[in-house]
Design a binder for this molecule. Structure first.
Ligand code: BGC
Length: 490
């Protein structure tokens, strides 16, 4: 099995060079330490026995993970089959993308990327294996995430128009790829109806509607730029396309970020749920957007769902939905850790029963804290102490810090193991060696051990050779590639 060739330790230090994560890995004196031991020790903190016991439901055995794989495979098959697709939980939506990039894609493409906390507009220039990108990020305030669909699409069209005018390209008809990272029931490459909102979005009047038409209407209302929407796609599809452009073995796209989902290359003959006439039956493959975040909605994951998961779900804006996603993704990881810590303090097992004032408050333990705390070198608790001080508690013992680190590692490790079970199920389903998995998302990118945890667990759960590859700007470049492949065919 291949892994990233990077030194693990240098990866641990480098992964915090991003602007939005200020706390750094400060220890450099481990160069002589055996690297495997170093990582092993970081990954396995030493909590007290009582704490280990109180948290045991968060530890998943390989048998449990194998059962997750088996159930997910069943759900995927239900999604693909025409008879069961409508009632299936893991929908396996047809993307109508049947061609992977071949490296000859050329031209200027606009891309929109909506799906997390930010919205991006990009201009991407493809010239065979060269690629240039200009982009601008716009925040999506909560008022827009929960407002009307018209407000949301007017905002998107406004940002797009400003961007195009800034580049003085408003008189050209520009092909556009729209990465829209929510479940879409697609009827073709440029038609996709929103099935549900996820990740904290809940704009009225959009569910059931064709999102491409909503975007075009908003652009037409302004009437100041010319756009030709060539394709709508999910971020997993974008990630897969973007990685496939560099690496022809890429056959799976995975996101572990604010949300979680995977897409993969399926044999066209197995995609019974595709609408006849809307795709090329003679082409051997079709990209499938699994929407695995919904897995578990029919009780299939009850055997591993904990009291903490139930609390997360009950307090979410989409109760009883997206249960697999809620156990994995960044939108929930910090809050999951907070709920565990809260229980331990209440039981008198942590901080001598004394609460950091903010630890009682929902949402105050950010997901990035999990990564930061786990990034402290073994035996040092600099980040951990800084974070606990931010939450209102100073002078904590080393053992308390070790316990906090343990809780963080349990939550992130479980997320990595569940994602691994999902990928292992897809690898078994595809039945091929040397599949590269293109991965994007803040959790995978910033968590110091996620890559290594996944590599190890996927190898334990299945026996095909695979490779995990960090996707560089999957959503943007992937959208341009889908638009390029589509516009070449027109
Ligand atoms: C959405 C998916 C998306 C994933 C990652 C989920 O909430 O349903 O469409 O791919 O988040 O962004």
């Amino acid at each position: 099995m291949k892994t990233k060739n990077k030194s693990l330790f240098s990866k641990l230090c480098k992964c915090y060079s991003k602007k939005d994560i200020p706390r750094r890995c400060e220890n450099t004196d481990t160069d002589n330490e055996n690297e495997a031991d170093f990582v092993e020790n970081l990954v396995h903190p030493n909590p007290t026995t009582e704490i280990r016991d109180a948290c045991k439901d968060l530890v998943l055995s390989d048998d449990q993970l194998q059962l997750v794989m088996q159930r997910l495979t069943d759900e995927i098959n239900r999604g693909l089959s025409r008879e069961t697709h409508d009632d299936a939980i893991v929908k396996c939506f047809t993307t109508y993308v049947q061609d992977l990039p071949n490296g000859t894609e050329k031209g200027n493409f606009l891309a929109l990327d909506l799906g997390g906390t930010n919205f991006r507009v990009l201009l991407i220039t493809l010239d065979r294996q060269n690629f240039d990108m200009k982009s601008k990020i716009y925040a999506i305030p909560q008022s827009l995430m929960l407002g009307t669909g018209t407000q949301l699409f007017d905002h998107i069209a406004q940002c797009l128009a400003l961007f195009v005018k800034d580049l003085n390209m408003q008189h050209e008809v520009l092909p556009l790829g729209f990465t829209f990272s929510f479940p879409l029931s697609q009827h073709g490459l440029t038609k996709g109806n929103l099935v549900r909102w996820t990740k904290g979005f809940n704009c009225s009047g959009v569910i059931g509607e064709d999102v491409v038409a909503l975007l075009e209407d908003a652009i037409n209302r302004r009437n100041d730029v010319k756009i030709d929407v060539c394709g709508i796609l999910n971020d997993t599809t974008g990630t897969l396309m973007s990685c496939a452009w560099k690496n022809r073995n890429c056959r799976i796209g995975l996101i572990v970020g604010t949300g979680s989902n995977a897409c993969y290359v399926e044999k066209t003959k197995n995609v019974q749920c595709a609408i006849p006439g809307n795709y090329a039956e003679h082409k051997p493959y079709m990209l499938i957007n699994t929407e695995w975040g919904a897995f578990g909605e029919n009780d299939t994951l009850d055997f591993i769902i904990t009291e903490f998961d139930r609390a997360i779900d009950e307090n979410s804006i989409n109760p009883s939905k997206q249960l697999f996603e809620k156990m994995i993704s960044g939108m929930y990881m910090g809050e999951l850790a907070r709920l565990v810590l809260e229980k331990l303090v209440n039981a008198g097992l942590l901080f001598g029963g004394k609460f950091p004032s903010d630890l009682r408050k929902r949402g105050k333990f950010f997901t990035k804290y999990v990564s930061e705390i786990e990034n402290d070198p073994k035996g040092r608790y600099t980040n951990c102490r800084e974070i606990l001080a931010e939450l209102g508690l100073r002078n904590v013992s080393d053992q308390d810090c070790e316990n906090v680190r343990y809780v963080c590692s349990l939550v992130s490790r479980r997320a990595a193991h569940l994602s691994s079970a999902g990928i292992a199920a897809l690898l078994n389903k595809m039945g091929e060696d040397n599949v590269t998995v293109g991965i994007d998302g803040s959790v995978y990118r910033f968590h110091p051990h996620f890559h290594d945890l996944m590599t190890a667990k996927i190898s334990e759960l299945q026996s095909y050779k695979f490779d995990l590859m960090l996707s560089e700007d999957g959503s943007g470049r992937g959208a341009a590639l889908v638009a390029a492949v589509a516009s070449q065919k027109r």
